[in-house]
Write a protein that binds this ligand. Sequence first.
Ligand code: ADP
Ligand code: ZN
Length: 719
Amino acid sequence: MYPLPEQLNYASYRMAKANYIRVLIDRAIHRELDYLVPETLAERVGVGSRIRVPFRDKSALATVVAVLEHSEAQGLRPIEAVVGDAPALSEQLLELARWISVYYCCPIEAVMRSLLPQVIRRAEIGWKKQLFVLPARKIDREEIEKLQRRAPRQAELLEAISRLEAPVRAADLLRQTSLENQTLRALVKRGLAEMREEAVVRDPHAGEQFIATSNLVLNAEQLLALKEITHALDSPESARPILLHGVTGSGKTEIYLQAIRAALEHGRSAIVLVPEISLTPQTVERFKGRFAEAQDTVAVLHMIVVDEEHENTYKQEEAPRYNARDVAVVRARIEKCVVVLGSATPSLESYYNAVRGKYLLSTLSQRIDEKQMPLMRIVDLRQERRKEKAIAILSEKLRGAIADRLDKREQTILFLNRRGFSTSLLCSNCGEARNCPNCSVALTFHRHIARLSCHLCGHTAAVPKKCPACGKDALIYAGFGTEKVESTVAHIFPKATVRRMDADSMTRKEAYRETLRNFRTGKIDILVGTQMIAKGLHFPNVTLVGIINADLALHLPDFRAGERTFQLLTQVAGRAGRGETPGEVFVQTYTPFSPSIQFARHHDFAGYFQQELEFRERCDFPPFKHAVLITVRSAHEGRAKLSAETLVRRLKESFGAEFIPGDATPAPLEKLQGQFRFHILIRGEAIMRLSRLVRETLDKLPFPEDVTVTIDVDPYQLL
Ligand code: ADP
Ligand code: ZN
């Protein structure tokens, strides 16, 4: 388990009545400040309280992090008010915040921002209502293009707004488009967009009825796993985190449900973490159904469940860049509660912890009712290509299998991890591809909007008639995405109902639920989709899964490429044969002999794990060493490069012989959203110390204003 930083021992400062307090102001000042507490407020102030304090010549909101007997500081000022009745954060959560701050090299203020419930923060700044955005009127394409020349960012945002079918939260829209508030304000000023205040945050499940379910009778393996968890619940102080490794359909969720029931019966509470929004409808139903009668009372936290612990969505891609799974493990230690990590394809990190005895490994090797694991068939696309000469989206074998399922009224899932229609537009005369002006990637053609679009920055462009580089009428579409798979399949099987599920087709939440419902009730025969359909879904009538191209994930310049491929294949395959009829999976690939594919084919997790671990050890990669990835970016290539090189020199000085930073190298994704990016990769075992040295070095080094530096500890993406 990770070491906690020493500075966490604040307990000695605590006392019944507050005279002095130490606070963290909601601003990036990187420092804690002391204040006096007037007699009248003393009873109401404790660690975790939200207060208002004088700061410079204004007043500011702050969180109390310690109650002090003495303060060395001079000229202390009294606090102005206490906000709310109860502390917003418990002492344990504050301790967790400090850990996150040190471990992930992130200013504590930013960590606090992510921990404090949104509602509390907003209520205090007087922003009780939420702002929603919608188009002010119908916006036509010409208008967007006109704006494009003068104000490209506004055009980009307008484009997104014009496609909205219902008002969305302004904050969400800006986050998704990575654009600024001022861009939005400008559009409002121009009368193109409208903002509306709405008062309530609605629970998406409010008003729904859940049918109460009761405990199922567990099989022997499940019983054993549950016993291990309840045993841990009896003495959580000494319990190790539990890694529940159960093949897809082995009944892990049923174990969570019964373990949570046990915690609730002791009057304790539980938290369940489920990755990404797309998993929730089905899962939420199962949980809400089981605990239909349970009250939403605050209780002592007793257990944390992290489902699909290997999921990359647990890793935050914005500061603080923490991994929610690892934070859950640390939180469990601080709060002395039990933590269960569950997965059919555990991450190498967690599995390695289990093998070393840091975690307790609990295994479910069988599907419920001894259902067979699906039969995996590998289709060698190289041979297919020799037969057909053109790149086939569906091999002959997969086509035959789909036809067979249609005859039997069984369902099929087709998986491709790439959106759009064609992945690039090439000139067959001069070879030029249409690239994004802001990013170093090709633009993808989307048929539903009849435009080219960048999947990284959202930039869109009209489809040129002739090659803009050489002027020849020789443009060809190359590569394919889900849109094309959908239309091809619909073309080959005109009688079948085909639907697509990806970020483009599922912009509305209702669309997502509706499609799932129609698929479940058999109104859809073939579902085509991206990773949105890869995990967690349970459809008994799906007996065939086709993986259109297994190589996509494999060839990313990233040490996790193999792991991701193995996980993806296993998870997608796990969607097949969950009912009475055994499932079949077709994996189309140009590299049929790659280890990830072969081990996944034989459902051999242990074998895969062994060989992958050997590779990681040879290369000093996680889980053997921690990695810290520093990205230096700027709109000026030279300045980004120079800053990165200077930083490497300074890091070398600070590290001495302890750690060795890699050279500053152009990132695999060299240009993103108009910024040139350089990477520095550092590896080391003592991560707390490494993080601290990195932070100290950076704090001392002034960077030019147009250079941004980000630090990612335990990075998931190396692009
Ligand atoms: P996992 O989460 O491991 O993929 P699930 O918990 O979704 O597996 O279980 C797969 C299916 O088996 C579900 O429909 C679930 O209701 C059912 N199931 C789980 N445990 C049992 C059991 N002990 N007896 C009968 N059915 C079970
Ligand atoms: Zn782009």
